[in-house]
Every structure is written in structure tokens, then in C-alpha cells.
Write a protein that binds this ligand. Sequence first.
Ligand code: ADP
Ligand code: ZN
Length: 681
Amino acid sequence: MVYKFADIVINRPIERPFTYSIPESLKEDIKIGSIVEAPFGNKVVTGYVVGLSDKCGIEKIKPINSIVDKTLCVDSKMLELTKWISTYYYSSWGEAISAAIPGVLKKGASGKRQSPALSKERAGQRKEKRDEEEKEFEFIDGSDKHLTPNEKQKLALDCIMDSINARIHRVFLLHGVTGSGKTEVYLQSIARALELGLSSIILVPEISLTPQTVARFKARFGDKIAVLHSRLLGSKRISEWRRINSGAAQIVIGARSAVFAPLKNLGLIVVDEEHEASYKQEDVPRYNARDVAIKRAELSKAIVILGSATPSLESFYAAKNGKYILIELPERVDSRLLPAVDIVDMREEMTRAKKIPIFSQKLREWIEKDIAEKKQVILFLNRRGFSTFINCRRCGYVIKCKRCSVTLTYHFDKKKLVCHHCNFNMAPPEICPECNASYLKYWGLGTEKVESEAHRLFPQASIARMDTDATHKRGAHNKILSKFKDAHLDILIGTQMIAKGLDFPKVTLVGVISADTALNLPDFRSAERTFNLLTQVAGRAGRSDLGGRVIMQSYTPQHYSIQAAKTHDYNTFYDKEISLRKELYLPPFCHMVSLTLRGRKEERVFKASDNLKNNLEKESKAKNIEILGPAPAPISKMKGMYRWSIFLRSETSEAITSILKKALNKNKSSGIIITVDVDPS
Ligand code: ADP
Ligand code: ZN
């Protein structure tokens, strides 16, 4: 069938498709799902064909320019999935499709127009970068063998395989402490799916932070696996995508966007560390890859394995209510005990030392002992920089970013004050900008200061720091880990970059400098985040016969999330947290949608927020939707824009998004940008 007209959606916040005519030369090749270039205003944009027809009511119709690549096409299942994303997460269909397709594919022909000299030089650079990329996982041993599953793993595998065999969509929640054999269950499930001719996706939170996991999958599946990670350059990304599209690679491992890998015959999606916030995309469409994975699996009659030592409250609640199937792996494979955790009450420490110490006496003594015995130490603090705020001792003035309502962090390396939101930086002033006194005091604690204090206290130790400041150069991350692995380092200091997945047998001591950092954030998930992070960090210690110990320093040692982390007790934490969530009507008992209004004039932002609230109120009553706010956003000014938020909650997010359209259309005020975030994280 040859058609004359095509309906096209584009990567803009416009819901309706646009109709174009199909030039004679493209009629043979154009299909639903074709990626095309077409004129839009005075520009040429990439569009996706979502409909074909013979009739068109429009008089002046423009033709499509070209098809980007005749061999590539968004298949019908992917169109259905992206349609769902656009509805659920409140974006346009074009924006959702665009998120599912690698950027380099969209540029199409324009990327090829380069002068020969230039492209030669670029090719040189590209090769260099590619070599570094290949090195990315070099410090890991390459051999991996199929293990005989133990009793618990066998039960899990049987349960999972029954569903794969029967091609019934199911979601399994695999709950097991680190070292309980979850990854082995993923590997064997994937292997068996492969035997049935079914393909698999493994999602990991951040691929550069989980190199050891990735290496195990590569070692087991060799050429059948494609790795999609954020540092992949355009050309490599496109070749991996083609390998997947053609069926040459039947297993894909990658971060968030790998959920869109164009695999055929999908049988299984694994979401490792399913509770991780990094599965949530911060830009439009603001999807959660875990939830998209479940939807994709449902459309493909595939199964999902959500794995975690600390499942999200949402997933564990769903499992307890029979919506997901709960599989527990309660013990470590080698029956090695989890490390002993000591909590140091820093309030007592402060009274004793008559100042605010960075290292408690206990932590100091254990570090000295372990490095003397040539064991290794990890020190964790989830804050970068040296001092996190500076104020004047005379007038109290606090130095803040002019464009964001946050304090500037002092970075000793660069001798600069830096905004962690917009990267604004300046030389630290000598005198108070407000009252000219020369009593500026540096407060707060970041990884840089921990590093400098560690050098002072343990002069004989070799120490490295790993955070986004220390690793923004390509390859730096890998270098530090290699050095640590080869035991050239005694102490590794880092942010949450070092909390995940690392498996270094010589690490016998983990020190958590401040267990409370995340607790004081204005976020209903702060207790959950604290528990997850502490549990994860603690898991870095005691991974061999050398044993292990964790020391957590805290100013709120009685808090249930810290107490539960001490005893590695997920169930107790869950029971306490779920009853609070119920009482306060928070997820998983409701769904939330957050609206953020931004603008340069505070008065206008506030007025628009108030207006929007009034419009929403009219619609919300009948639908049982609760409106909270407007209130200033937690960061009330960012990059020069004032920010106000409104929260909506209800039993389903569909109830909320269904009333949004009308209210937002009525609410168009100039100079105000509104973002919608469904199930914010
Ligand atoms: P998790 O993913 O829960 O942290 P892993 O699957 O990585 O656990 O297993 C932890 C360690 O135990 C790994 O070194 C793995 O090779 C080993 N292991 C897992 N399952 C078995 C098994 N059935 N027999 C022997 N060793 C196993
Ligand atoms: Zn700023």
C-alpha cells in the first residue's frame, strides 16, 4: 500500500501530530515508525511517523524532506510504549519517542557534512577516546563461570523460569542482602531465556559505578551482550544500537535509557538496585526506568526481576500485597556474616573534644590499627568540597550563589567558592561583602576536608579521594579504582560514587563520617535514602575472611533508619516507615505529581502559582485530589529563576494528570515555565 500523507510527531511539547505530504521518491520506503526530517517553521526537525493516509483536509501542505535511515524504524511495540509514557508522565508523544532513540540517530545526515580535513582530525580524537573507553573495565578479571545454584537460588530460578516458559508477564521482587547471590540468579535466568530464543535487558543504576557487575555479564555472555553506557561516543553508540536492532546482540546491559533497547523477542528485564533514584530521568519525559521496564514487559509478555538489598517502599508494598512475587535470599552465599556496625554518638564526642571533630576517637583508632596491618579503609561522606558554607562572625551574613538560593561550597583544590547547582564560581572574599569585617568563618564538611584531615592524622598512609570533582577527567575513575585494587592505597575517601557495587576483599573498615547528611533534607524519602545508603556503604566492608567493621558517626544515633542499618534489618525499617507513610498519606499509599513554576520575577511566579492552584481546585474536588501549596521550592531560586511548587496527590496519577491539561491551558502566563513531574523522586 502506497500512501500520500504522513502524520508526524516531533520532539516538542506539542501534543498533536502534523501532517505532511510524502514525496514520490520516499513513498516506497516510508513506514509507520520511520524517522524523518521535515520542515517546521523555518527549521528542519526530526520527526517520527505515527500515521499514514490517503486523504488530508489541509490545503497548503509541505512535503517531508527525507528519511533519516531506511533500515531503522521505531517498531509498533515501542510506539505503544512511548505513547503510554507520554500519557503517564505528561509529555508529548514526540518527546517520549525522542527519549527512546539515541541522539546520534536523530541528527541523521547533518552529522555527516564535514570537510575532509576536519573529519580526519576528529576521527583521530575519536580513536583516542575509544581506546580509553575500552580500558574502562580493564581492572577486572575477565573469567566467569556458571555456578551450581544453591537451594534458595534454585527455588528462585524455578519460579522465574515457569513464567518465562509460559510467556506470562510477571514481576518478581528479588530481595537479598549483598552477596546473597542475586546477580547469579540474573545471569542464569538470562542464560535460560537465551536458550528459549528470548532476549534480555539488564538495567543498572549508573554503569560507570558498577564496573564489576558489567564485567561479570560481559565475561559470561561475550559477544551476545551489548553495553550501553553514558560515556559511549556517538559512533560506538550507533554501532551497538545496530547490533541490537539486527539481533546480533540479544542481551543488553545499560543505565536508564537501555530500557528502550530495540531488542526483538524480549523475554526478561532485570532492574538491579531497583530502589535507586538514578532510574528517574530529570528531563522531559520524566520517566522512571523501573516503571517503564514493567510496562514494556507487560506489552511484550515478558517478565521483570527487580533486585535489591533495600527495596523501595513502593516495590516491597506491592510484593506484600501480591501484585509482585516476592523472592527472598536472606543469607549470604558463603554464609559470611555481615559486618559489625558501631554507631558513635557525635554529641558525646563533641562534648569531650570541646570542638566538632571530623574523626571520632574510635574511628581514628580503628583506622590506625587497620592500616598498620596493611588492610584497607573506605571513608564515606556524601558531600563534595571543603567547607559547605561561609559566614561572617560579626553580622552573620552567609555567602550564597547570586543565581541560586544555596550556599557556596569552598573547594580547596581550585581555591574557589563553587555553586553545586549552576557551577558559578568566584574567588573567596577576604572580608565580609556585607559589613566589611574580616571575620569570615568556614563551616561544614565536605570530602576535601576529610581528605586533608586524614593526611594530617595518618601521615604515613597513602590516600585518594573519589568524587565528581576528582573524576571528571576521562579515565580518572578507573585509575583510582585500579590503584585501590592493587593495594597501592590505604584509604579511599568518597561520596556515593564509592557506595555501590565495589568488591574489594582487603577492605576491612568502612567509616561513615556523617550518617545524618541525607536525613535533614526536606524530602519524604530522606529516611529511606539514609537507610539505603548506609546499608550499601556498610556492604563494602568485610567481603573476605579478613572480616569487617563499619563505624557510623551520627548526631541522631537513635533515628530508626540508623538503628535499622546497624542491624542490617530491612524488615524493621520497612514496618516503621510504611506505617508513617500510611499515617501521612504518602507513596505508596498515594501517587504524587509535582508542578514547578519558574520565572525571573518572583511576584509573577507567585501570582501564577496562586492562579494555577485556583484553577486546579475547581477540577479536583470531584476527583478526590488533594492540592498542597503553592510553596517555595526546596531550592527557591535556581540559575536566576524563582521557583514555586504545587503538589497534587491522589490514589492514581491518572486522576491527577487528567485534570492538569485544562488547568494548565487556562494558565498560560508569559515569562513563566511550568514543569510537571509525575511520581517525583
Ligand atoms: P549479589 O548480587 O546478591 O551481591 P552475587 O550473585 O554477586 O550476589 O554473589 C556473591 C558471590 O557469591 C559472588 O562472588 C558469586 O560468584 C558467588 N556465588 C553466587 N552464587 C553462588 C553459588 N551458587 N555457588 C557458589 N558461589 C556463588
Ligand atoms: Zn548557582
